[in-house]
Design a protein around this ligand. Sequence first.
Ligand code: HEC
Length: 199
Amino acid sequence: MKTVVLTTLSLIVLALIGAAAFVYSGVFNVAAAEPHSAFVYSVLQTARIRSIKARAAGIVVPDGYDTEPKIVGAVGHFVEHCATCHGAPGTKPAEFAKGMNPRPPDLKRVKDRYTPAELFWIVKNGIKMTGMPSMADDGDPMLWATVGLLERLPSMTDKDFNDLWMQAQAQAKGGRGMQMDRMDMHGAGGSDSEKQHKP
Ligand code: HEC
């Protein structure tokens, strides 16, 4: 019995020394330009998906979060806060997003991968160590409307999106005189949209 305990303890100490040596030696490459190994990638993917599912499990989806007026509000928010990284229908992401690792994915089909509660959790909390920011400051109603928009993306043409965006622009101009040319976002350095997005 004593031998078993001693052997187990020695193995734990060895594993800790090994882990410390790995961390301190700098052998792990944090360069964004270097892809993860298949093993690291699969561990990170699994941890991310399990974490999102576990945390979104208790979220109650509010009624009427995806009505037309709410979607219009969400389009303006999406163009300002999401499109530089993820792109939008008819708009490519900004150049810098290509150098990110992981690269921000196209969100057109994201609704097939996550439930509304999971999408809400992602947008509200962000995803650590990926560059996906938390948007909690924008308030739950706007974030639920954003979820409604994400769910409509598969059936939306570029023109549909642009029409909604024009409506959002007209409302924003009435409200706070915001000027922003959506087309400025192509690889833009220093457009209004870039200055306003959060990270
Ligand atoms: C600074 C860049 C950046 C901004 C701005 C940003 N994201 Fe992300 N987002 C990312 C990255 C990078 C990932 C990939 C995370 C990963 O692979 O784990 C991501 C992942 C996601 C995912 C999960 C996608 C999937 O397939 O797993 C969703 C949903 C999402 N973002 C929605 C949004 C929305 C909505 C906004 C705006 C409110 C937004 N993001 C703003 C960088 C960004």
